[in-house]
Design a protein around this ligand. Structure first.
Ligand SMILES: [Zn+2]
Length: 419
């Protein structure tokens, strides 16, 4: 059985959305043994006791729109991947091993910031770097969040990044099916399609739906057959609708959902997850100037319009009970990996979430998108536990400063421990 770790003296937010209450969390091995509101755990001789006075105990955070193969992280900004201004990254691509080293560094940075799980929203290149990274983390060979790895995003339109971008793919249902099958065989957990294009890639791109209903349906059928999930970038209303009808599980952005798309999303709210990726939109509109994204550029990239549309859409989707998850396309120079907890603040400020609702979306719903026993502090779940100084349940901005993270535990092992 081994000795226990007993978190005591703090307030416990279990992730379910119930208010934080004083209590103990008891961990044995890699799992949570018990959660005791009110405390009073009978001591055992070998207990490792963690004094949580003045702090809150909560589940490890889950990033729902993660790009660990994007190069920029806090302290390691790489301006060569800053579309549309600079995509020279693709001209002097790192070797697969070099790219793995970058992704591994990013994974550690994300874990250092309290994210014990990460659901990928796509690889930057067709190489299965994320599969290798996921497996190395799972084997204990690298520090990082538990991962669900996603394929690189399949375009269905050769104009995406101009002549320097990835080679155009063949179109048609059979080509889509073949792509999904190949990515599943490479070991990815999910396959990502660009259901709509995006203004970032060419003007008006966000309203261009790139897959026919037949192609989307073919992706859905093949994904079920191959045992992988489907994710997509979708801005245009028709792109969203086709994705929902084809059985996509995670749908990103959705900025321009029309009333019919909203109703369709609501009708499928038990089977889909939405990640607005508001972090990148906010960064483009407010924090891009240093990297060439001034207001005019943010407008050209569609970020100004998209952010405004999200501020209208997501309060409505929140009311309708959709699972909308923080996770914000971190990995760009103006939105580096490590800043991910800022998404919770944006949910509160822009989408009308209470801080507790934003935390519940990041933990409970995060565990659901991972499809793993994480995201709740409850018996038999993995012991992914944070101890955060102060009360992040009323002020989620506390999560943005790693100095407030006194303890980061993952699967019962201390990644970070208070001095
Ligand atoms: Zn993304």
């Amino acid at each position: 059985m081994g000795p226990r770790v007993v978190f005591t003296g703090g307030r416990v937010f279990d992730g379910s959305g119930s208010p934080a209450v004083p209590g103990d969390v008891v961990v044995r091995g890699d799992r949570i043994e018990s959660v005791r509101p009110g405390g009073g755990t009978e001591p055992e001789p070998d207990d490792h006791v963690v004094d949580c006075r003045g702090a809150t105990v909560l589940p490890g955070l889950v990033e729902s729109h993660c790009h660990l193969t994007f190069p920029s992280a806090l302290g390691h900004v790489d301006p060569s991947f800053n579309p549309p201004i600079d995509v020279s990254f693709f001209h002097r691509m790192p070797s697969p091993d070099e790219h793995l080293a970058i992704a591994e560094r990013n994974a550690r940075i994300l874990l250092d910031h309290g994210f014990t799980s990460a659901y990928s929203a796509g690889s930057l290149t067709p190489v299965p770097t994320e599969v290798r990274l996921r497996d190395r983390i799972a084997a204990g060979l690298a520090a990082g969040p538990r991962m669900r790895a996603a394929s690189f995003e399949r375009d269905n339109n050769p104009v995406r990044m101009g002549p320097d971008g990835p080679a155009p793919q063949e179109t048609g249902p059979d080509a889509v099916r073949a792509f999904v099958r190949e990515q599943a065989e490479l070991g990815f957990d999910s396959v990502k399609l660009l259901m709509s294009n995006d203004d970032v890639f060419f003007e008006g791109g966000s309203m261009v739906t790139q897959y026919s209903a037949e192609e989307a349906a073919a992706a859905g059928e093949q994904a079920r057959e191959s045992g992988v999930w489907l994710n997509c970038h979708a801005q245009a209303p028709e792109a969203i609708k086709r994705a929902v009808r084809a059985g996509f599980r995670s749908i990103y952005h959705c900025s321009y959902a029309d009333p019919e798309a909203i109703d369709l999303l609501e009708a499928h709210k038990d089977s889909i997850f939405l990640s607005p990726a508001v972090g990148i939109m906010w960064a483009n509109v407010h924090e891009g100037a240093e990297f060439g994204i001034d207001t005019a550029m943010a407008e050209k990239m569609g970020s100004v319009k998209s952010l405004e549309a999200m501020e209208r859409l997501y309060p409505e989707l929140r009311k309708r009970g959709l699972r909308v998850l923080p996770g914000g396309d971190y990995g760009f120079p103006n939105n580096p990996i490590g800043r991910n907890a800022r998404d919770l603040e944006l949910f509160v400020r822009l989408f009308g979430y209470s801080p507790a609702e934003a935390l519940r979306a990041t933990t409970f719903h995060g565990g659901q998108v991972m499809d793993l026993p994480v995201g709740l502090l409850t018996e038999d779940y993995f012991a992914d536990v944070l101890v955060v100084r102060g009360d992040p349940v009323s002020d989620v901005t506390l999560l943005q400063d790693p100095a407030n993270l006194e303890v980061i535990m993952q699967g019962g092992r201390f990644h970070k421990q208070a001095a």
